[in-house]
Structures are given as structure tokens and as C-alpha cells.
Design a protein around this ligand. Structure first.
Ligand code: PRT
Ligand code: MG
Length: 213
């Protein structure tokens, strides 16, 4: 018998790129996700369900086995940083970059740096690798404001076009990582539910490859 299988989708901008890719992989929600307030959706496959949750919650659902597969930004996965998760496929959607940024033309102080970010784990590891002493200041949004207000010397944030930085008198400095959304699974469920999960990975991989052509 086919066991039920749940895929956790990140809502927001990743979802906009995910739904067409799922469709190309032959997985269609039973109703329009954008028009519904539901969080759980049946699909055209009897055994596959979709749940739509906050991007930052996807790795948690997958790690604890509440969802079998998830779709998450690499930034979110780097911040979550769990050895129990694996990334069987790069979906190449919702691409952007994790970067440091500072006020345009502003020289950074020589000593300890104040770094504002919501990616505190990523920032800690990055500056440790650089051998740079930093104080990390956790913010939940609007990071661009921190250097303007003198709260921080640097921010670590997502950059796509760079327009948000420029509009606030900031400039990108160093690349920390390229970002795209990934299919994520737990190492445990990859073993236990391999026969269920692998066909979905395969059909999504084929859809990604067709786009690359
Ligand atoms: O809002 P909430 O806290 O629930 O979640 P969220 O803001 O993390 O979700 P959402 O829907 O914004 O999606 C975030 C995910 O999309 C990230 O984790 C990335 O993997 C991916 N992604 C891709 C982006 C961008 N591109 C992006 N441009 N996430 C955010 N941005 C924002 C960025 O924070 C900055 O404010 O866009 C602005 C920069 O864009 P440019 O083009 O002005 O440089
Ligand atoms: Mg947002």
C-alpha cells in the first residue's frame, strides 16, 4: 500500500515559484492555494498532501517528521543548520544572495563590528571564519534601517536586485552565499520512506532539468 506523504511548502514569495514547478512535476493541489485560507491541501495524487506554512517553520516540520519533504530557501536552511536534514535537490527557484551590506562609501571601524541581522547563526559562523570580532544584534525585519540609525556597522541580509539597499543609502559588500530554494528531507525519513520519497524527487528533478534546457 502507498503510505501517505506530506510536502511542506514555504508560503510567501517561494510559494509563487513553487506551484508552477510542482505542476510541471505533475503535482496539482485540489484547490487554488492562493485563494484559500486553508493550510492543508489534497492533491491529484491520493497519497500526497501539501501543507503551507511560514518559510522558517518548514525545516522544523521536516526534522520532526511531521512533513516528509519540504521546500525551503537555502538561507533558512543555513540558519536552521541541522545535521538531521539533507537537501536532495536544488530547485533553482527564488534565487537571491545572502550578503553583508553597509552605508555607501562608509569605512568600517577597525575593531569590533556591530552586525544587525535576522540570520544570527549564519552571521556568527561567517565572521568567526573571517576571524572578525563582532557583536550580533538580532532584528526581525527592516535591517536596512540599522546602519542609518547607528545601531549597527553592517547588516547581513538577502539581496536580489540591490534596489532595497540602494533606496536606503546602503551598498552590498561581501557575498556570504548564493541562495535558492531546496527540496529538504530528514535523513531518517529518506531511509524509512525512500520508496515514497524518491519518485517525487525524481519527477521534480526532471522538471528542474527541463527548465535548464
Ligand atoms: O515575512 P516572513 O517573516 O513570514 O518570511 P519571509 O520574509 O522570510 O518570507 P518571504 O515570503 O519574504 O520569502 C523569503 C524567502 O524568499 C527567503 O528565505 C529567500 O530564500 C527567498 N527570497 C528570494 C527572498 C528574496 N528573493 C528577496 N529579495 N527573500 C527576501 N527578499 C527581500 C530581502 O529581504 C530584501 O528586503 O527582498 C529585499 C531585497 O530585494 P532587492 O531586489 O531589493 O535586492
Ligand atoms: Mg517577508
Amino acid at each position: 500500500m502507498t503510505q501517505p506523504l506530506t510536502i511542506a511548502l514555504s508560503k510567501g514569495r517561494i510559494l509563487d515559484d513553487t506551484l508552477p514547478l510542482l505542476a510541471e512535476a505533475g503535482i496539482h493541489p485540489a484547490e487554488d492555494i492562493h485563494k484559500s485560507r486553508k493550510l492543508i491541501f489534497d492533491t491529484n495524487h491520493d497519497h500526497i498532501k501539501l501543507v503551507v506554512i511560514r518559510a522558517t517553520d518548514v525545516p522544523t516540520y521536516v526534522e520532526y517528521g511531521a512533513a516528509d519533504l519540504g521546500i525551503s530557501g537555502k538561507d533558512v536552511l543555513m540558519e536552521y543548520n541541522s545535521p538531521n536534514l539533507c537537501e536532495p535537490l536544488d530547485l533553482k527557484i527564488a534565487t537571491c544572495r545572502l550578503m553583508t551590506a553597509a552605508l555607501k562609501d562608509r569605512e568600517l571601524p577597525a575593531g569590533r563590528l556591530k552586525v544587525a541581522t535576522k540570520f544570527t547563526g549564519v552571521a556568527k559562523r561567517y565572521f568567526a571564519e573571517q576571524g572578525r570580532q563582532v557583536d550580533i544584534i538580532k532584528l526581525y525585519g527592516g535591517m536596512e534601517l540599522a546602519p542609518i540609525m547607528g545601531l549597527a556597522d553592517l547588516i547581513v541580509d538577502i539581496v536580489d536586485t540591490g534596489n532595497t539597499l540602494r533606496a536606503n543609502g546602503l551598498e552590498p559588500r561581501d557575498l556570504i552565499s548564493d541562495v535558492s530554494s531546496r527540496l529538504v528531507a530528514s535523513r531518517a525519513s529518506m531511509k524509512v520512506k525512500y520508496n515514497q520519497i524518491q519518485p517525487i524527487i525524481d519527477s521534480m528533478a526532471a522538471a528542474v532539468a527541463r527548465r535548464d534546457q
